[in-house]
Design a protein. Structure first.
Length: 324
């Protein structure tokens, strides 16, 4: 029996690299596409000696040509943190539009099952709490975050159009805040920000009042949900995230405790269009995928903090002046 082949765009990114690991473990041949605008070879270097892993350096906004049979395509290529998509707004819009068009075109050509990495950002600053998949969102299309929000909303619309017109078996994962090893120290998102600041005994920067709430899903839980969704008989969007709600201040205090840091919490003005609440309703994922997160926030942070300590140590060694 031939091994199945999966293409993972953005496969050198935080979530993408963990997906590469999972599919290799499950016996798939993995083709990782990445142009390294935000991804890192460090995330996938441990896979270079795997005979069933192949890296292709490619920008998904350009035509994708792969000769062999493909069974699955997972489109995860896009800047994903506010810091990244504010720096690369046009590239973000292209990844969501042209990148989605190109990967769907490949899925059509190869008759492959397709998954889109969408986001909770499609809900914008939600007026419904928690957010169900049926909620249409409250998004500012011309705000600074619109490049990411609207890219993903367009990508969802394109994905469903290909499903309806070309009968492609498509999956849409609406991913809520996820954290864990392989996030970048300078990612700009709240978990790596707080861990880095706490380890360095710098002030933890909370924006606005710090009372805005988020949910935090550990990477292993998310990967399990994505793998189940890839196999599931559903084409509508599915929320994947942790339904436990925390304020930003609660997260900051927990990180300070777990790192035994002497850091204090300081406040800065909230960014434009920053959501006040973000919490998934995962009823559909529970029912259809038999999935729910198993790792609580404290456990996940305990598994994440050593990765950041190691990265900071490596960075310090690399920048330490050498004696003659």
């Amino acid at each position: 029996m031939k091994r199945k082949t999966v293409v993972i765009t953005g496969g050198a990114g935080f979530i993408g690299s963990h997906l590469c690991d999972r599919f290799i473990q499950e016996g798939f041949r993995v083709i990782c596409l990445d142009n390294f605008i935000t991804g890192s070879k460090d995330n996938i270097m441990h896979l270079f000696d795997e005979r069933d892993f192949r890296l292709v350096e490619h920008n998904v906004t350009k035509h994708i040509e792969i000769k062999e049979r493909i069974d699955y395509i997972l489109h995860f290529a896009s800047p994903a943190s506010p810091q990244d998509y504010l720096k690369y707004p046009i590239q973000t819009l292209k990844a969501g539009s042209l990148g989605t068009l190109n990967t769907l075109g490949l899925a059509k050509e190869k008759k492959a099952r397709f998954m889109l990495a969408s986001t909770s950002e499609v809900y914008g600053d939600p007026l419904e709490h928690p957010q169900r998949e049926s909620y249409w969102g409250n998004v500012n299309p011309v705000g600074v975050r619109g490049c990411y929000d609207e890219a993903k909303r367009f990508a969802e619309a394109m994905t469903m159009a290909y499903h309806r017109v070309h009968k492609i078996d498509t999956k849409i994962a609406r991913i809520f805040n996820t954290y864990g090893p392989r996030m970048r120290i300078n990612d700009g998102r709240v978990v790596p920000n707080f861990i880095y600041q706490a380890i360095e005994n710098k002030p933890l920067t909370a924006y606005g009042t710090g009372r805005q709430t988020r949910s935090f899903c550990y990477i292993d839980d998310l990967i399990e949900g994505l793998f189940r969704l890839m196999q599931a008989d559903i084409n509508e969007p599915v929320n994947l995230g942790n339904p436990r709600e925390f304020s930003v201040l609660e997260l900051a205090r927990l990180v300070i405790k777990l790192t035994a840091s002497g850091s204090k919490i300081v406040f800065k003005p909230a960014p434009e269009d920053d959501p006040k609440q973000r919490l998934p309703d995962i009823t559909m994922a529970k029912r259809v995928l038999k999935w729910q997160p198993r790792i609580n926030l404290e456990e996940g942070l305990i598994m994440t903090i050593p990765y950041f300590k190691n990265k900071i140590d490596i960075h310090l060694l690399a920048n330490c002046p050498r004696k003659a």
